[in-house]
Design a protein. Structure first.
Length: 472
């Protein structure tokens, strides 16, 4: 009798959570349901209309992040000027109270961006299925969890049943050999991969990131990489759990302890992909080829090295790519063949679920210490959670940033999504550590350049897109 065939990490999580099969779809059990104020009101209204309860309220966690202002949070929803945003925030408070779901409201030091708070509370763990009504739920794949965004109707379904119907994706492995060079960060790796794979290169797949360079990443860096998996078209991104994962979880509020921790570790250590497991698609690079990257266009795959040039239209493959680039350059107000470094800026935004953790803020502080933001730049730093904010203040990071001329804010999605008071004005150009540079994403007519916290910090000081080594 032969054993079972080797399986990938994705296969193992899927198989462990499959409840039933029907017409090519699988009913998956969900271990953690993360909620926020924008995509949950209609779902809760649907439950109320049919008289249904939340199936497993203890497996949900609610945060306010998209609509919250990044100043004056102690006032709660009453301090929000926009009536629609205020209504959504108040609805989340009322709905979570009604259905018995844990909620960290505005002003709670445990609150902040949902994809920052879940991990730091220890709610995101290896082998889990995790969903949220937000596309960047893929962030939690850094823990070896199958995590993906869902729509509002699916939010209601998960609330009512603790399950979701899904078609299984194909397996894709991206292997990164070697080691990243000094001053090259996970954001640079993600943007490099986006440039190579494209915004639809992983469509229909779940990506597993592997290789020596991936194993060397901190958990915060892994979250940055997995966060951007959705921008490649992937359903989710995964990194196999290892000792780095286990050390990060140790001692966090919701992480298992004592005997339960040992049981969990034994289970988690069996999750990595089996030798000989088959991937439907594989992509391999060497980490030494990754350099600091900047986006020039209006999707995250339109990127160039910091010392590179905006591409010439004739150098792009195919009429479709040339047309997309021409439209992007027109929107961005850039010229083909121009160097990206030296492009003048108006704003700098350091934050978002991609790059707002304490590790990111330490990088920024190290670069700006003893320097000043350029006189014509408005720069803000928005920590990803109240606990990140407290830790940064305990380490004196906020004092360094304030002395350099940065505006130190309270946690939230802020300028990443432009659903709050932090927005670009038409024509303003911004260096941003967020994840999307679509037209009007940060404000109508705003122009966004995606980059790492290191490049954003240097650019704030220089007043233009710049690399830290050029500041002297």
């Amino acid at each position: 009798m032969t054993g079972s065939p080797p399986r990938t990490l994705y296969d193992k999580i899927w198989d462990a959570h499959a409840v039933a099969e029907d017409d090519g779809e699988t009913l998956l059990y969900i271990d953690l349901h993360l909620l926020h104020e924008v995509t949950s009101p209609q779902a809760f209204a649907g439950l109320a209309a049919t008289g249904r309860a939340v199936r497993r309220p203890e497996l949900a966690l609610a945060l306010s992040d998209h609509n919250v202002p990044t100043t004056g949070q102690a006032l709660g929803p009453a301090g929000v000027d926009d009536p629609d945003a205020r209504a959504q925030l108040e609805a989340l408070v009322g709905n979570t109270r009604r259905f018995g779901i844990e909620n960290f409201p505005m002003g709670d030091p445990r609150g902040g961006i949902v994809h920052v708070v879940g991990p730091e509370q220890g709610r995101s763990q290896p082998g889990m299925t995790i969903v949220c009504g937000d596309s960047h739920t893929s962030t939690h794949g850094a823990f070896g969890a199958l995590a993906f965004g869902i729509g509002t109707s699916e939010v209601e379904h998960v609330l009512a049943t603790q399950t979701i119907r899904q078609r299984k994706s194909r397996n894709m492995r991206i292997q990164v050999d070697g080691q990243l060079a000094p001053y090259v960060h996970a954001k640079d790796l993600a943007l490099h991969l986006l440039g190579a794979v494209g915004v639809d290169g992983a469509t229909g797949h779940v990506i597993e990131y592997a290789g020596a360079a991936i194993r060397a990443l901190s958990m915060e860096a892994r979250m940055t990489l997995c966060n951007l998996s959705i921008e490649m078209g992937a359903r989710a991104g995964l990194i196999a759990p290892d000792e780095t994962t286990f050390a990060y979880l140790d001692g966090r509020p919701a992480a298992p302890v004592d005997e339960a921790r040992q049981v969990a570790l034994d289970r988690w250590r069996g999750l990595p992909t089996d030798p000989g497991a088959v991937f439907d698609r594989q992509f391999r690079i060497n980490a030494k080829d990754v350099v600091p990257m900047v986006s020039w266009g209006t999707n995250p795959s339109q990127v160039v090295a910091i010392d590179g040039w905006i591409p010439l239209l004739d150098d792009l493959p195919g009429a479709e790519a040339r047309a997309a680039a021409e439209r992007a350059l027109d929107y961005m107000g850039l010229a083909p063949g121009a160097p990206i470094a030296g492009t003048r800026l108006d704003r700098v935004f350091i934050g978002s679920c991609t790059n707002s953790r304490i590790e990111d803020l330490r990088v920024v502080a190290d670069i700006v210490r003893g320097r000043r933001v350029a006189s014509d730049i408005r720069a803000i730093v928005v920590p990803g959670s109240g606990l990140v904010k407290r830790q940064a203040e305990a380490e004196g990071i906020d004092a360094v940033l304030r002395a350099a001329g940065f505006d130190w804010r309270e946690p939230g999605c802020s300028m990443c999504v432009g659903m709050n008071a932090d927005r670009l004005q038409p024509g303003e150009r911004c260096a941003a550590t967020s994840n999307r540079n679509f037209e009007n994403r940060q404000g109508r007519g705003g122009r966004t350049h995606l980059m790492s916290p290191a490049l954003a910090a240097a650019s704030a000081l220089a007043g233009c897109i710049a690399y830290p080594a050029t500041l002297d």
